[in-house]
Design a binder for this molecule. Sequence first.
Ligand SMILES: [Zn+2]
Length: 152
Amino acid sequence: MQFKKRKFVKILGFSALIMLFPIKAHLAATKKIINPNLSKEQKNIMFNEGTERPFTSDLLKEKRKGFYHCANCGNKLFSSTAKYDSGTGWPSFSEALPGAFKTKIDYSFGMERVEYHCAKCGAHHGHVFNDGPRESGKRFCNNGLCLIFKPE
Ligand SMILES: [Zn+2]
């Protein structure tokens, strides 16, 4: 009886740890609106996990050299060298710049997907998949409305 009780307490403590860590991670990426000029649609995507309609982004045709920044906070996220045409209708990248994003598992729509947020402001940008064509094997599927392209 004594032993069982101790074990139970141990399990409780362990569960508490598991529960605390995700909360901490979540707080670290607290979302905040920095750019006061964001449109209603941009806010819906970035702060309400929305998705823009495919094939609507002007950035799909963008082929110049430069960098893609967060439309909310200006954080530098992707290099144009990582951009490719995935045919999905959203701007796609084979890799992000180091430390640009934080990821979390998204279980919505009955799927398990890896969602990523700007590491600086916490804004939602898109999902990353493991079916990329390049060496990294990654496909960052990014809402174009979340990005600002700055040519070099
Ligand atoms: Zn940002």
